[in-house]
Design a protein around this ligand. Structure first.
Ligand code: 4AD
Ligand code: MG
Length: 461
């Protein structure tokens, strides 16, 4: 007999052969003389039908098996007479590997995503999650391949850091101090100099500042890792723990940065369309009926570029439609981002040159002295999936900006050194990994594209 680990994706090649498969029962029904099991082996979201007959020695036991039971089946793969599936496995023997208790929550019916979040340890066993997380894995691989093919170096930036890269103050503190009775300074503040690292530390909000150091040595680099933000926003697109891809390129400006981002997005779309066609067809059928059309159009289109100032003009004309006010100087809300991509341009757009007041300290000041060389990539259905910029390489301009913002230069001495020691033009961006998975699958809540979501009031599992 041939031991076959995964035939579920392409059973045709095993027609009329004896094979052994193993998996979990999705549904089972039996009469006195024969029975059917819909088996899923974990390698694909579709099941294979197993037919078993009275002659089998443990027929009575098998006929009673519950949904969720794991079994090993040997048999001959045959064409199926039923209309629902092309093939079925005519079982010669079935061995029970692990029984499933009768309170198993995943019975045969469609469960809502909301409900499935309450059983995050079991939800990967559903078709939707099988498809989403296989695509998530592929996309991670595609992103690495995209950068590696271009000669980028993957740098592992630290998770625990001493700086706040985005200056937004939304950080999770890391401490070993006994917070019931912490050591205190003479002014009565908690004395972090007596903490593990001899200073205050937090979970990183971005690997950017660290990766810039490797950019100034290796030229083209990227990070790909978890990042953490204690944003108190309970939305469908924010998580407290999310993964971010941050390329950084030397001798490059904002235009080069946008070109790289556009190429990357198109590469990833093509990659999943080619390598996960069944999963993508599944999303198109069950999650978002326009998904494939939209993605195919996007790889053809060239992304629009629009200045922040122009975007505000367009939004002001439609201000009655919005909950939040729009005027020059305010940050764009999701509703504004979606209006621009879905109603005005109907494709992904780069919004560039934002007011310096609403962007991070490291972004390069434009000639007008009011805006910075920033870019956000906004896409229909989601809004922002990428935030990036050309970095301020001029030491004096950067120091002045840090002074204006009250940032302590001592804390960033190593970052400023990059400008002192042969600093060059450079640029980079951050792609929210969960956001691109949402975009590629049509799934509308970030909680359903990350295995164990961490959000406000939720760190279960
Ligand atoms: O725009 P952000 O804050 O940019 C940075 O962190 C820069 N340091 C990136 C860089 O230039 N290297 O975040 C980048 C992206 C956003 O566009 C969004 O897709 C995602 O990260 N993101 C989140 N995703 C999920 N949950 C959150 N709370 C997120 N915050 C940002
Ligand atoms: Mg941003």
């Amino acid at each position: 007999s041939t031991l076959v680990k995964s035939i579920f994706r392409n059973p045709a090649q095993y027609l009329n052969q004896e094979i052994e498969i193993s998996g979990w029962i999705r549904t089972s029904r039996a009469s006195k003389a024969f029975g059917f099991i819909e088996l899923n082996d974990g390698t694909f979201f579709k099941n294979l039908q197993v037919v078993f007959e009275e002659g089998m020695e443990n027929f009575a036991e098998i006929a009673k098996l519950a949904t969720g039971t794991s079994i090993i089946v040997k048999g001959i793969l045959a064409e199926s007479l039923g209309a629902k599936q092309p093939f079925e496995l005519k079982a010669q023997s079935i061995i029970v590997e692990g029984e499933c208790a009768s309170d198993y929550p995943l019975q045969k019916k469609r469960h809502s995503f909301e409900y499935l979040r309450t059983i995050a340890h079991l939800r990967p066993r559903t078709n939707s999650f099988s498809a989403v997380f296989r695509v998530r894995s592929l996309v991670a691989f595609a992103i690495h391949q995209f950068f590696q093919e271009k000669g980028f170096v993957y740098v592992h930036t630290p998770i625990i850091t001493g700086s706040d890269a985005e200056g937004a103050g939304e950080m999770f503190h890391v401490t070993t101090l006994d917070l019931d009775a912490p050591p205190r300074t003479e002014e009565g503040k908690i004395d972090y100099s007596r903490d593990f690292f001899g200073r205050e530390t937090n979970l990183t909000v971005s690997g950017q500042l660290n990766v810039e150091t490797y950019c100034m040595a290796f030229r083209n680099v990227y990070t790909f890792g978890p990042t953490f933000r204690a944003e108190n926003s309970n939305t469908a697109r924010h998580a407290a723990e999310f993964w971010m891809i941050e390329p950084e390129i030397a001798f490059a400006d904002l235009e080069d940065d946008m070109e790289l981002a556009e190429d990357m997005i198109k590469y990833v779309i093509n990659y999943v369309l080619e390598n996960a066609p069944e999963e993508m067809a599944f999303f198109n059928e069950f999650v978002d009926k326009n998904l494939l059309d939209r993605l195919q159009n996007i790889v053809q289109a060239s992304f629009e570029r629009v200045t922040y100032t122009r975007a505000i003009e367009l939004l002001e004309k439609a201000k009655d439609k919005f909950e939040y006010p729009v005027e020059w100087g305010t940050d764009l809300q999701t509703e504004h981002e979606r209006y621009l991509t879905e109603q005005v341009f109907k494709k992904p757009i780069f919004v560039i040159d934002y007011p310096k007041e609403i962007k991070a300290f490291y972004m390069r000041l434009n000639e007008d002295r009011k805006t910075v060389a920033a870019m956000d990539l906004l896409v229909p259905g989601i809004g922002e999936i990428i935030g990036g910029s050309q970095r301020e390489e001029r030491l004096d301009v950067l120091e002045k900006r840090m002074d204006e913002l009250g940032l302590k230069k001592e804390d960033y001495a190593w970052y400023l050194d990059l400008r002192k020691y042969g600093g060059t033009r450079h640029a980079g961006y951050g792609l929210g990994f969960e956001r691109i998975i949402m975009y590629l699958t049509g799934i509308s809540n970030i909680r359903d594209v990350i295995a164990f979501p961490r959000t406000v009031n939720n760190a279960d599992f």
